[in-house]
Design a protein around this ligand. Structure first.
Ligand code: GTS
Length: 211
């Protein structure tokens, strides 16, 4: 029986790999509805999307758009939204920080890769420092980004760190807590299996071949 979740998206990691990491680590199955450029160019699907963009996510007959709303929905379904209202708000704050960081990455990849890459990498410690500091303040950096349990933000941040480790392989060299965090999360059995799967390994990070 197919799982109740379906991800409709272009054949890239992009804005969906964080939700895939979450689903894999939570032992969930999902269906990939791969939208090729050819299908998208026809325009009918775009017209049916609330904001004219993918990803589109289905939980049974509940249809959602906006990748961060999808992550939050899955967090509510699977107990990944903190232990109380205050922790949920802190998670929202950190996820907004992850989104700001992701938007800078997306702009580099799609708008300014050749001319902007060197300056982006130079400025990267300034972005990463905030997350290293957050980790340091939470149990000395031995656990998760907020609270004592894994949350949707950990999957979102982990994915963004993965793509930065491809862009700039040494970027965590001066951030020991973030480096340990990535290693620890990557070693969770279901995440490890997902990262080693062909589905993940063969999926390009971005739609224009830049990484
Ligand atoms: N804020 C949206 C989200 O988080 O879901 C952004 C979605 C978005 O930018 N989608 C792009 C899209 O549909 C694809 S990607 O940037 O996620 O790879 N582009 C096609 C189009 O026609 O706009």
């Amino acid at each position: 029986m197919p799982g109740k979740y379906t991800i409709s998206y272009f054949p890239v990691r992009g804005r969906c790999e964080a939700m895939r990491l979450l689903l894999a680590d939570q032992g969930q199955e999902w269906t990939e509805d791969v939208v090729t450029g050819e299908i998208w160019q026809k325009g009918d699907l775009k017209k049916s999307c609330v904001f004219g963009q993918l990803p589109r996510f289905q939980d049974g007959d509940f249809i959602l758009f906006q990748s961060n709303a999808i992550l939050r929905h899955l967090a509510r379904n699977h107990g990944l939204y903190g232990q109380d209202a205050k922790e949920a708000t802190l998670l929202d704050m950190v996820n907004d920080g992850v989104e700001d960081f992701r938007l800078k990455y997306v702009r580099l990849i799609y708008q300014n890769y050749e001319n902007g890459k060197a300056a982006y990498i130079e400025a990267l410690p300034g972005e990463l420092r905030a997350f290293e500091n957050l980790l340091a303040k939470n149990d000395g950096g031995k656990g998760f980004i907020v609270g004592k349990k894994i949350s949707f933000v950990d999957y979102n941040l982990l994915d963004l760190l993965h793509v930065h480790l491809v862009l700039a392989p040494d970027c965590l060299a001066s951030f020991p807590l973030l480096a340990g965090y990535v290693q620890r999360l990557n070693a969770r059995p279901l995440i490890k299996a997902f990262l080693e799967s062909d589905a993940h390994k063969q999926r390009p990070i971005n739609g224009n071949g830049k990484q």
